[in-house]
Design a protein around this ligand. Structure first.
Ligand SMILES: Cc1cc2nc3c(=O)[nH]c(=O)nc-3n(C[C@H](O)[C@H](O)[C@H](O)COP(=O)(O)O)c2cc1C
Length: 222
């Protein structure tokens, strides 16, 4: 067996290939603003039955430049930016607090599309967090209290007992408050790229780019 070879290879990765021929993206197709265009593609993904169309892969870096990425759910979108909610003591939040930059990609593979937003980040207002928090199921609210997200824990048991403690703590409370360590981040894009797969790997890539205070459209090679 050659160095690094897997003993049983069940999947032929080099042979996995999809031809992208579902559509095209021309300058004349774009909505007036990046937010309207992103809304349009999110809606296309929802109507096409894509699983979790608002899921985006969020990339951050720590102060040494070490990157990490994970999926989060976009829960807000307007001309100011894209909002997601998380634990403010997590790895991603530590990264965001120190670098103030993020990039997030919506991967809509079924539509041969992706969209990426990149820009500075800010915490959303406590009011905005409270409004979204109130819409979450009680179980998710209690989980957010119980989980020291991104911390190493001794085992599953520690998580289960943390949740049980929180359930007891709030047993007589109808309205679970927002934990102090939890809230939203807004990515305020400086660059938003819409990618549509095309035949022969000659994909369409159109970008809204903020120059000063005006958005410009540019096409980049695939
Ligand atoms: C589909 C999907 C959606 C997720 N949505 C969120 C989310 O909205 N917020 C969040 O904090 N974590 C979410 N997660 C979990 C994150 O991917 C990640 O494990 C967690 O936030 C810890 O990341 P960190 O340690 O890099 O900070 C989601 C995971 C998946 C697979």
């Amino acid at each position: 067996m050659a160095d690094g070879e897997l003993t049983s290879v069940a999947i032929d990765l080099p042979a996995m290939r999809v031809s992208y021929e579902q559509g095209a993206l021309y300058e004349s197709d774009l909505a007036t603003t990046w937010a309207q265009q992103l809304q349009r593609w999110l809606d296309d993904a929802r109507r096409a039955g894509v699983a979790e169309p608002n899921a985006m892969v969020l990339a951050t870096a720590n102060p040494d430049g070490v990157p990490s990425s994970r999926t989060v759910l976009a829960k807000g979108l307007d001309e100011r930016g894209v909002v997601f909610f998380t634990n403010y003591t997590s790895t991603k939040s530590h990264d965001l607090m120190s670098t103030r930059y993020a990039s997030a990609t919506f991967p809509w593979y079924d539509l041969h599309r992706q969209a990426t937003v990149r820009g500075t980040v800010e915490k959303v207002s406590p009011d905005e967090t409270a409004k979204y928090w109130a819409s979450r199921p009680r179980g998710s609210q209690l989980g957010a209290w119980a989980s020291p997200q991104s911390s190493v824990v001794p085992g599953r048991q520690a998580l289960d007992s943390a949740l049980a403690n929180i359930q007891r703590r709030f047993a007589d409370t109808d309205v679970v408050p927002v934990p102090p360590h939890w809230g939203g981040w807004r990515i305020r894009p400086e660059l938003v790229e819409f990618w549509q797969g095309r035949a022969d790997r000659m994909h369409d890539r159109l970008r809204f780019k903020l120059i000063g205070d005006t958005w410009q459209i540019e096409r980049v090679a695939p």
